[in-house]
Ligand binder design. Structure first.
Ligand SMILES: Nc1nc2c(ncn2[C@@H]2O[C@H](COP(=O)(O)OP(=O)(O)OP(=O)(O)O)[C@@H](O)[C@H]2O)c(=O)[nH]1
Ligand SMILES: [Zn+2]
Length: 362
């Protein structure tokens, strides 16, 4: 036993995780203890358990596929052995950020799991790129977690409040917070928003993500180096990928997430653009190309200033990408992409729910 005994709750352990673990433990021939995955290396992972962090080998049941392999944020069943720990089970995920590469379905790469929120960090230092915000929101919605936009470096911004309004208009139903790691402005509100559950961190390079992590963790998490040992047994390592926050909650921050792009089925697109999706189903013709057809709700909205041309162009681009990747990844998705249009009614319902102050995606 290591001296660093830690509380699983500080890693995000909750009733759902406990129930999933009990199920897995009952079915497994091995004696398992619960842990949560931080860093992932080839064939070895750092698992945080009640005894602190330790390196473990991965030995999953036969037939496990690539998507079943442990990723940052996964809860696992760990077997203690004299010469080291072994991950025997990866518990079912309740949400995940998945990078789907064009090609085989099995190429899907799970970047982070069991997230409650995805924090999109955007700098106010330079000109706002609303299309980048939208791109990250698509990734966030597709994970199954709730997005949250944090505008950073407010101390360097000319007019942070109007920037906030602009982003809020671009992100229907998404909280938008203004912060400065430099002055501390807004950090309390972010800490409160992250105080329960697990939040993944995404955003462009230089957005101030590391500064945010350190401020929220109350220490220099990202600057502390690993202390590697011989790989046998447990060792002390920094919780760089899985950061318990000073005010509660857990932050997931990995290099892979930092460079995440767009993927798959368009679910995230309609959640990011409920306003556009609502218009698109109102066109007179179901196969409207939204260019010059009579009765095109999109062109009418643009003409009347109810839809921004930039936002429309952004939807078209992301929508095309999503469908392209979907059809590449999976032939079945070709049918699904078409069927999705039938489902866009959901966007209208979500918007109606928002207007009435309800959680649109409950
Ligand atoms: N003035 C000011 N500078 C900040 C603030 N937050 C971050 N910075 C600076 O912005 C630069 C980038 O910040 P990082 O925290 O490294 O950004 P990052 O998103 O982690 O960047 P990557 O590691 O490239 O993904 C650094 O020079 C920080 O000191 C802030 O609130 N105010
Ligand atoms: Zn149209």
């Amino acid at each position: 036993m290591s001296a660093t005994s830690i509380d699983l709750a500080s890693l995000g352990w909750d009733e759902a995780a406990a129930a999933a673990f009990d199920d897995a433990a009952r079915q497994s021939p091995f004696a398992l203890v619960p842990g949560r995955v931080g860093r992932v290396d080839r064939g070895r992972v750092t698992v945080h358990s009640a005894d602190g962090p330790g390196v473990a080998l991965v030995r999953l049941p036969a037939g496990s596929e690539r998507v079943d392999q442990p990723t940052t944020g996964d809860w696992v069943g760990l077997e203690r052995q004299d010469d080291g720990d072994v991950v025997r089970r990866v518990l079912p995920r309740r949400s995940a950020i998945v990078r789907r590469v064009a090609g085989q379905r099995s190429d899907a790469q799970v970047m982070a799991a069991n997230l409650d929120q995805v924090l999109v960090a955007i700098s106010l230092e330079t000109t706002l790129k609303l299309s980048a915000v939208e791109r990250y929101l698509v990734v966030a919605w597709e994970s199954g977690a709730r997005p949250l936009v944090v505008l950073t470096k407010a101390d360097l911004a000319y007019d942070p409040e109007s920037a906030r309004d602009e982003v809020a208009a671009t992100a229907p139903g998404v909280p938008v917070l203004v912060t400065s790691a430099e002055t501390g402005e807004g950090m309390g509100v972010v800490a409160a928003a992250l105080a329960t559950g697990t939040t993944a961190l995404v955003g462009p390079s230089g957005a101030g993500k590391s500064s945010l992590v350190n401020a929220l963790a109350g220490r220099e998490v990202q600057a502390v180096a690993d202390t590697r040992q011989d790989g046998k047994g447990r060792h002390t390592t920094t919780a760089r990928e899985l950061v318990p926050l000073a005010g509660g909650g857990v932050l997931v921050d990995t290099p892979g997430l930092r460079s995440i792009g767009l993927h798959e089925d368009g679910e995230g697109v309609w959640r990011t653009f409920p306003d556009v999706e609502e218009l698109v189903v109102r066109c007179r013709f179901t196969d409207c190309s939204h260019e010059c057809e009579p009765g095109c709700a999109v062109q009418e909205a643009i003409a009347h200033g109810r839809l921004d041309g930039r936002r429309w162009a952004s939807w078209q681009k992301l929508q095309r990408e999503a469908e392209w990747i979907a059809t590449r990844a999976d032939p079945v998705a070709r049918a699904a992409a078409r069927k999705r249009w039938a489902a866009t009614g959901r966007a209208g319902r979500a918007r109606a729910a928002l207007k009435h102050g309800r959680d649109p995606f409950a």
